[in-house]
Design a protein around this ligand. Structure first.
Ligand code: NDP
Length: 317
């Protein structure tokens, strides 16, 4: 039986693995069979991760994190988790291959997924003008015209932030009222660079290799029009990936996994959570990495406290 199984291969998962491996906990990390590296695999240049003054490509950063985790003995499995048994002293993690892993503890770091519009051009131009992260990509749009989709706090925050770089920011919203909090609305309304386009749905992102515009459909009269923009930021919410733990771990009203204060301890002893799956607010690579550190340290303390004689410590590797 293992000491710890880490689920998820984003910055939280790999950082937890680096710490756990260096603490001789021999972690096994389940990385997914299709997309190792999490959301950063979808970004191009990452310029805000400390230690890379020239910036680094998202996939390269994740490859380096994996290399660092493996260097200290993390075993990475390219498989998907299909089932979890988290109650009881022995945690069981079943994989797509049919194997069931057992461990005294689990770190759950499955991240969150940005909601997508599901429209033509969105996926093709992702990283080429289409982005889900103003903090990551806003800098590339200095003196350009961009659009933000959405009517919530994220959209207002992204739009306001983007005016630091862009010459003009359109906010495209499918209704004529915003869901965002009053203060965020007022800040956006007061910003001279922001123009609202109401009652409009983005139907298509235009451009071959780079974004050159968006096609809009008026949600009231159905009319279609094109708008020239150099970039499109999609801020329509995101969903923590919690489907495997519904009914097994407590969630917060925001849908993230509940943890005890600033720790990574979930409602189930021996189960720890880290990264975007517990964070409705910050959702940065570097905060996720910090959260992974917390989880690994919490696991270390948990295993140390189990003490001799416990069935789950008898056969730990
Ligand atoms: P929300 O769910 O609050 O808002 C999503 C917005 O996107 C809504 O306006 C919604 O439209 C729109 N939308 C959803 N799906 C589509 C679609 N397919 N096409 C077009 N528009 C769509 O998500 P947020 O990410 O904005 O916020 C999530 C949580 O995080 C909130 O609790 C928020 O308060 C919080 N937050 C707080 C911040 C802060 O305080 N600084 C910053 C960012 C987020 P409709 O209104 O029509 O449903």
């Amino acid at each position: 039986m293992r000491q710890v199984i880490i689920i998820g291969s984003g910055p939280a998962g790999f950082t937890a693995a680096i710490y756990a491996a260096r603490a001789n906990l021999n972690p096994v990390l389940v990385a997914s069979s299709v997309e190792v590296g999490g959301e950063l695999m979808k970004t191009t240049e990452v310029e805000n991760f400390p230690g890379f003054p020239e910036g680094i490509q998202g996939p390269e950063l994740m490859a380096k994190m994996q290399e660092q985790a493996e260097r200290f003995g993390t075993e990475v499995l390219y498989d998907d988790v299909t089932g979890l048994e988290l109650d009881g002293e022995i945690k069981k993690v079943t994989l797509g291959s049919g194997t069931t892993l057992e461990a005294a503890s689990v770190i759950y770091a499955t991240g969150s997924a940005y909601r997508t519009l599901g429209i033509p051009g969105e996926e093709r131009l992702s990283g080429h003008g289409v982005s889900w992260c103003a903090t990551c990509d806003g800098f590339f749009f200095r003196d350009r015209t961009i659009a933000v989709v959405g009517g919530g706090d994220s959209a207002m925050e992204e739009a306001t932030f983007l005016t630091k770089f862009a010459s003009k920011v359109y906010v495209i919203h499918r209704k004529d009222t915003l869901r965002a909090s009053k203060i965020m609305q007022e800040r956006a309304f007061a910003n001279e660079k922001i123009e609202f386009i109401w009652n409009s749905a983005v139907e298509e992102v235009l451009g071959e290799d780079a974004t050159i515009g968006v096609r809009l459909r008026n949600t009231v009269d159905g009319s279609v029009s094109d708008l020239d923009v150099d970039g499109l930021f999609i801020a329509i919410g995101n969903d923590p990936r919690t489907h495997l733990v519904h009914g097994k771990l407590d969630l917060t009203p925001e849908g993230t996994i509940w943890v005890d204060g600033r720790s990574s301890r979930t409602s189930q002893p021996g189960v720890f959570a880290a990264g975007d799956v517990i964070d409705p607010t910050y959702r940065q690579a570097v905060t996720a990495a910090g959260s992974g550190t917390v989880a690994a340290l919490d696991v270390e303390h948990f295993l140390a406290a189990l003490g001799d004689g416990s069935p789950s410590t008898a056969a730990l590797v």
